[in-house]
Design a protein around this ligand. Sequence first.
Ligand code: ATP
Ligand code: MG
Length: 394
Amino acid sequence: MTRVIIITGKGGVGKSSVAAATALVGARQGLRTALVSVDSAHNLSDIFARRVGDDLTSITDNLTALEVDLNREIRTHWGAIVAFFRHLTLNNPRVNEIVAEECAVFPGMEELFGLFRLKDLIESGEYDFIVVDAPPTGDMMKFLRLPDVLEWFLTKFLPLEKKLLRTARPVASHLKIPLPDEGSLDNLTYWHDKVGKLSSYFMDFQHITARIVMTPDRVCLEETRRAFSTLCLFGLMVDAIIVNKLFPCHDGNSFLCFWSHQQRQLLSQIASGFAPLPVLTAELLAQEVIGIDHLETFGRQIYRETPPESLLMEEPPFRLAETPEAYELYIRLPFLEQDHFHLWITHDALIVNLYNQRRRIPLPDALLRREMIAAHYQNGRLCVAFRRENAGIH
Ligand SMILES: Nc1ncnc2c1ncn2[C@@H]1O[C@H](COP(=O)(O)OP(=O)(O)OP(=O)(O)O)[C@@H](O)[C@H]1O
Ligand SMILES: [Mg+2]
């Protein structure tokens, strides 16, 4: 199967440069490689100093690039859902047509369409290696949350809405009040299934991993920690941190050397804090990373002898273990305190509230209807224990 690496991180840290360099090093090794930008602020064209568009563009041997036109994707696929939101808000005098359209473009949607395109590329079988220039971590999170939001909408709101519609339709048609048709609602169910499949696709730890790019400063470190925990919570496997723009200290410049020293101290904190996750590094170059030659130098600096497509970290975000008394579900959630999160279980899922994020983690069959008997947080892992005998069978 195709190896996919998603490059994310805070704005401006060098995500696109790292993504392009990663793809280029892979292509130089003979892998059939595609570099895909799903960030709405594309800049692959600037990086390669040539036009990269919504169609696959050949860059060099084995390397093609693509900037997904998110607006075009939305126009093509989302018409039915926009129509649904328009209908849904039509009767509210405070909601005009423009607001209705705005509502329809909900958080995570752009990223979602970019990732549908990615799925098509993976399934084409034409690539060994796909590198994704992803949006900043906050926007990635919106996509990862989307299946949970749709799940909530479909289980809580949709049945009620369908019932109401059936009752209200005769009256509404008499009064000439437009209502959403059931086809629009079914459409949502269709999208829910599609999104669900896509997100489970991204949980293939062996083939799809994320790498977080950061700069060596404390503000970025805090954000990277939060991003890492949240990506783990949403089940996306992070297999490396890339610290970019380290100041060099070659020429004895005391100002640069002072900063370089500070950064190296922070770097050792980063390495021990994220361990056993590997931390790759790249120095601030004397010029911007533009054009094939600079990208190649940059890529070799980051990966050295390591093949960029290799899986750099083996431990998955979720793991199930057994003891004589319990099944234990381990979730990798580094950098937290016990009081940072709350948990509870429903009949088929574990719900974790972390910061302002809520994640519904569907339970594997082995844990369904079992009683949660303990939970503790240790060494960056949350362990939730479930009683072994099946509480649902009497
Ligand atoms: N190691 C480096 N040395 C010198 N310049 C760098 C380095 N890494 C990135 N840059 C430069 O920093 C700028 C921002 O990089 P890039 O566009 O890759 O960041 P980004 O994280 O993708 O930004 P955005 O969040 O806007 O998408 C670019 O001009 C790039 O050439
Ligand atoms: Mg970018």
